[in-house]
Design a protein around this ligand. Sequence first.
Ligand SMILES: Cc1ncc(COP(=O)(O)O)c(C=O)c1O
Length: 377
Amino acid sequence: MYYFDHSATTKPHKEVLETFIKVNEEFYANPASIHELGVEVNTLLSRARKQVADMLGTDETRVIFTSGGTESNHFAIQGVAKNLNSRGKHIITSSIEHPSVLEAMKQLERQGFEVEILPVNEKGLISVDEVKACLRKDTILVSIMHINNELGSIQPIKELANMIHQYSRAVFHVDAIQSFGKYPVSFDKLGVDVLTLSAHKFNGLKGSGIVAWKGHVSFEPVIVGGGQEFGLRSGTVPVAQAVSFAKAMRLAFENQSHMLSKYIQWNEKLRSSFRGYRNVRILSADEAAAHILTISVRHLKGEVLVNALQAKEIIVSTSSACSSKQTKTSHVIESIGLPDDYIRGVIRISLGTSNTDQQIDYFTENFSTIMKQVKGE
Ligand SMILES: Cc1ncc(COP(=O)(O)O)c(C=O)c1O
């Protein structure tokens, strides 16, 4: 198989799986237990938390482990909003956020918060000036993703962070789920207040995420119970996932610049091949992230292309994995204002650590064969 769907998920690295098994086999005690075994496991958990905190540039009292990106986004958004409820109810986000953000926002709206959803331009970019114009005294939260999962557009996060902090007291949350391990992600680099990550996007395990923050951000817990994770996220902490998260993060971190240079090279190769077709439109802007390349073929259904490529053992997706099973057009594709004849033919090629130079050549050769068959070009 030639796997080009890394933005949907990645295969866990062998070392991550080995860590997961080892911790489960040898350190299975509850980290909250006061006996010797519990203390040992708790030490392991604290070490993993510190590694995560160090890589992001915060301290270990400002990282919690969650069940993945969706829960992390919920916690970050609802936790901040409910905590700052008495200061204001105004929240700003973008129209191309992941559903885990947009749906969390809808829940808040039903609870009386006022959510402003800002549009993006044809490149999938939000305007810093527009965000600035929307900021109010009662704005408590701005949530804007770093790299979009369907287009690869990279938002001007540092610029947004500087502006938001200069003109308001709002907390700035960034979903960095598609960027960690590909582009630099840290509090120092991005200047944000809250970051959310999910391990399965960088060769870690599914069902494993974190929320990290810097400075004085407080959260109202979403999951309450035994008071684990500083009282912010109850439930016995799955230490094996936490340690595996730190492991996957370290591997991704170490490999990042090498892989990014590969993604840039492969992306350019794919783009120059796509530019050769009259009926292909490249939707990801030239400045978009190198590991996500979304195109559309005129008057064709994305599913037809996905199946034709699959027949050649090439795996891509129509847009995001979440929306690809639904028949309606993705909200992200709709928000960039695509002409009607291109709206249905969207596929996303997302690159990852499993790809090779030969696989890119295999892709372009087979894509060419398919285009000859379906479009005669
Ligand atoms: C940008 C973005 N945010 C959030 C998520 C949700 O993460 P998870 O699958 O870990 O719940 C995804 C996954 O597709 C994503 O791409």
